[in-house]
Design a protein around this ligand. Sequence first.
Ligand code: ARG
Length: 285
Amino acid sequence: MSHTQQVPERVQHNRRYLMCRPEHFTVSYSINPWMDPEEPTDTSLAVRQWQKLYDTYIELGHEVELIDPQPGLPDMVYTANGGFLIDGVAYPPKFRYEERQGEEPWFTQWFRDSGYEVSGPEFTNEGEGDFLLAGDVILAGRGFRSTDDSHRELETIFGREVVTLTLTDPRFYHLDTALSVLDPVVAPGQEPTIAYLPGAFDEASRAELERRFPNAIHVSDADGAVFGLNSASDGKHVFISPRATGFEKQLRERGYTPVLIDLSELLLGGGGIKCCTLELRGKSA
Ligand code: ARG
């Protein structure tokens, strides 16, 4: 007799995101292994692909705010690095590389103008690229960009437990390239489902993830290598790269609805769907 496991019903939670149209996108320097300034980029294609992601969010009922792209800041499209926000408090970035430091005042100003309380930063950190809210805790990446000091600063500012995870593969230099939180909202004390690429972490971090998230989806190297984990989720729809076919299947098995969005041009800068999407978590009522 076959045993059918019950697939949970997934519920959409409307999100509020910050995005930046890649009008000035190009690859003119290299600060991660994906970026090759010799390889030509097509800005209009980048804009079209980005627009598809934007339109899809809107069609599904999400709210998307926009920050003006600035000339000379080609990586500004990756708004996930523009900060980390919980309950109306924004922690702005302090970029590791000079090439991106010019973005800092633009994001900080946008948060202020939009009514967020700005706190910090004192230490090098790249926002939601390295910090992901998972239920009650903040998962925080280290190894390539954000520093240990920033993890402590986060803990102080947000008063939440910060779980430090060490990234070891230069291709997956930000936490959001190796790990995805699939349930943006869970009941207090409940664990969200997460997905991650075990090979991107050191042994201690893998053990920590295993202990805290025993039901996590382990994604294959093949799906990780096409930035499958650089995805956004509203709790029902998971926005992923069409190349991550194995992950797509795993998501369906868990009751999620994969929505395929191709950002191949933005991958030339080392970023994907999540990188282009910053969660604006306002004051909870
Ligand atoms: N070129 C950018 C950088 O290296 C890509 C950032 C990708 N963003 C992300 N959230 N993973 O900083």
